[in-house]
Design a protein around this ligand. Structure first.
Ligand SMILES: Nc1ncnc2c1ncn2[C@@H]1O[C@H](COP(=O)(O)OP(=O)(O)O)[C@@H](O)[C@H]1O
Ligand SMILES: [Mg+2]
Length: 257
């Protein structure tokens, strides 16, 4: 049964989408079958894989609002061998529309159940909030991967995220399911400044062995690759960011064997 990993941090711009897309691509290179789930209404993961949003028959919005089966939403992206549940901007309407739905926190978990066996990993790119959509992701997930940007105030807001994780861990206990921390990933390290290294120390002191050994460096190829609709691991395989994400994929696989 495939492992469901939610990539989450309610702070925007910390590398959630970049990590989701490139971890997915790195796992494919290691021979894993991977599905990427885009549940951020900004649809960056969808765009970063070069999927044209205007041609989509269905998106993650339909999964939440119209009970459309995931099999009818999934699209295969041949150039990277990833299946994706794409997102569209109208996903921003979901939180309001589902407020009074009793089952509102379990929609994603139920939707992914029928396809779990088809993959080794299902990676969920979460939105920058701790609202209903993120709750759905954390309930569906077996683990959460937390990207933390190597910048000033990096740890800000992490207490809130950890509280949310603890809350959901308790909720899931009854269903005899778990939510573990897959790891904390340090991203966008600028090797020329000291602040990044200070953040690394701070994060390691707090999270200890939960911090991935791999640290992703800041690298211009990341932005360039997404504008070409490709993961950096494909666009510029030898770039520092690509090597970082390939190493992360190895670490994730090793930790799960
Ligand atoms: N390692 C990196 N080096 C340089 N730029 C990066 C790197 N990782 C992400 N970025 C850029 O930083 C911005 C935010 O990253 P993104 O993955 O979209 O974060 P989030 O999904 O958390 O909002 C994007 O413009 C992305 O291209
Ligand atoms: Mg994002």
């Amino acid at each position: 049964m495939g492992k469901i990993v939610a990539v989450s941090n309610q702070k925007g711009g910390v590398g959630k989408t970049t990590t989701s897309v490139n971890l997915a691509s790195g796992l494919v290179e290691l021979g894993k079958r991977v599905c990427l789930v885009d549940i951020d209404y900004q649809a960056n993961a969808t765009t970063n894989l070069g999927v044209n949003r205007s041609n989509l028959k269905a998106s993650s919005t339909d999964l939440f609002m119209n009970q459309v089966p995931v099999q009818d939403i999934l699209i295969h992206v041949p150039k990277v061998e990833i299946d994706i549940i794409p997102a569209k901007f109208d996903l921003s309407n979901v939180e309001g529309a589902l407020l009074s739905d009793d089952n509102k926190n379990y929609i994603l978990a139920n939707a992914l159940e029928p396809i779990r066996d088809n993959y080794d990993y299902i990676i969920i790119d979460c939105p920058p909030s701790l609202g209903l959509i993120t709750t759905n992701a954390l309930i569906a997930a077996d683990s959460v991967l937390i990207p933390v940007q190597c910048e000033f105030l990096a740890m800000d807001g992490l207490t809130q995220l950890l509280n949310t994780i603890r809350f959901i861990q308790n909720k899931k206990q009854y269903a005899e399911r778990k939510l573990i921390i897959e790891g904390v990933l340090l991203t966008m390290l600028d090797t020329r400044s000291n602040i990044g290294y200070e953040v690394i120390n701070e994060v390691k002191t707090y999270f200890r062995e939960k911090v991935f050994k791999t640290i992703i460096p800041r690298n211009v190829k990341v932005a360039v690759s997404s504008s070409y609709g490709l993961p950096v691991t494909e666009f510029s395989p030898r770039s520092k960011a690509s090597l970082g994400y390939k190493s992360l994929a190895k670490e994730v696989v090793e930790n799960n064997e």
